[in-house]
Design a protein around this ligand. Structure first.
Ligand code: TXA
Ligand code: MG
Length: 317
């Protein structure tokens, strides 16, 4: 059910869950002050309680109230990238950010979204926790109809333009005196270099150590369709291919276009809709043309497609 800004604010303030457009992907929102609504988010998504949520704000001041020990580069990062697709993990003031939001961690993640509708909503409701508005493990939602497909037509979805970035925010944490990326996202590492004076390292999950980004442990972004990453899709025949509008494939194939291979922003914007289209068409198996460069936003696309193709061979949930 599509609802207005005023209606969404009213529901959230009463302790309900509402889907909200952001520039990256749709979020499943609850007020930080309504623990029952937050519990409902975990059960609606089928999300493990060990996977913490991002607190969404519409000003930097709120983050300063909810977090402490801010590194000096906090100011320059937030001036450069907020509002926008950057999430910062900071030491939480545990009396301000409930434990359920942090999954019991001493830290909390914060983001100031750029989407004007999300900003107007948070201005009315105060801080909102918002994981991506999809069933845990499935492709994220970049349109209202994706949310309705996962949670039903009567689920309240705030009206607003679709997600125009199309992949989730980049998450950074300050460790050993340096910012490090614990989830690749819409902003590539090189975007941070002019602001920080160094290129933040991308940390993969390492061995048995406590995960830096708990969500990275779980199955992610995967449609039911079995995906195989392929560097030579130009040779394929009689297949379904996630491909590009500027490439030629054999005419026996069904091609779902992600846009031009030279435009990573366009690919990001169409990625989750294309993954969902495979399931809508009940495609059993598909090839993904993975012959893409390895820099900037392309690296995020490689990571998302690899996870989508790993499907249920990834660790449980
Ligand atoms: O673009 C986005 O970030 C979207 C939109 C809706 O804002 N949100 C989103 O939320 O992607 P979610 O819940 O799907 O992913 C959040 C990730 C999870 O992998 C979680 O483990 C990690 O952020 N996270 C949250 N709090 C954390 C913390 N305190 N320390 C480390 N990782 C944290
Ligand atoms: Mg997610």
């Amino acid at each position: 059910m599509r609802i207005t800004l005023e209606h969404a604010a009213e529901l959230l303030l009463q302790g309900h869950v509402v889907a909200v457009p952001t520039e990256t992907v749709y979020g499943l929102a609850a007020s930080i002050h309504h623990p029952h609504a937050i519990e409902q988010i975990f059960s609606l998504k089928g999300r493990p309680s060990s996977n913490p949520l991002i607190v969404h704000v519409c000003d930097v001041q709120t983050v300063k109230q909810c977090a402490s020990d801010l590194p000096s580069s906090f100011a320059s990062l937030t001036q450069a990238f907020w509002p926008g697709p950057m999430t910062l993990v900071l030491k939480a003031n545990t009396d301000q950010v409930p434990s359920i939001v942090r999954a019991g961690l001493p830290t909390a993640a914060f983001r100031f979204p750029q989407h004007p509708v999300a900003q107007r909503l948070i201005a009315l409701t105060g801080p909102l926790v918002m994981p991506s508005a999809n069933l845990s493990g499935s492709p994220s939602a970049t349109a209202a109809r994706h949310v309705e497909s996962d949670f039903g037509l009567s689920f309240p979805v705030l009206e607003g333009n679709n997600a125009y970035v199309g992949v989730e925010s980049t998450i950074l944490v300050y460790l050993d005196g340096l910012w490090q990326i614990i989830r690749q996202g819409a902003l590539p590492p090189a975007a941070f270099e002019p602001v920080l004076g160094y290129l933040p390292a991308v940390r993969a999950h390492e061995g048995t150590a406590a995960p830096l980004c708990p969500g990275q442990l779980f199955r992610h972004y995967a449609p039911k369709t079995h995906l195989r990453l392929d560097l030579e899709c130009s040779k394929a025949q009689n297949s379904t291919i996630l491909g590009y509008s500027d490439r030629i494939y054999h005419p026996s194939n069904q091609v779902i276009s992600l846009g031009s291979s030279s435009d990573p922003h366009q690919i990001a914007e169409s990625l989750y809709a294309a993954l969902r289209l495979l399931d809508e068409r009940c495609v059993e198996a598909a090839l993904v043309d993975i012959d893409l460069p390895h820099y900037g936003l392309y690296s995020t696309l490689h990571e998302r497609l690899a996870k989508a193709a790993a499907g249920d061979t990834e660790s449980a949930l």
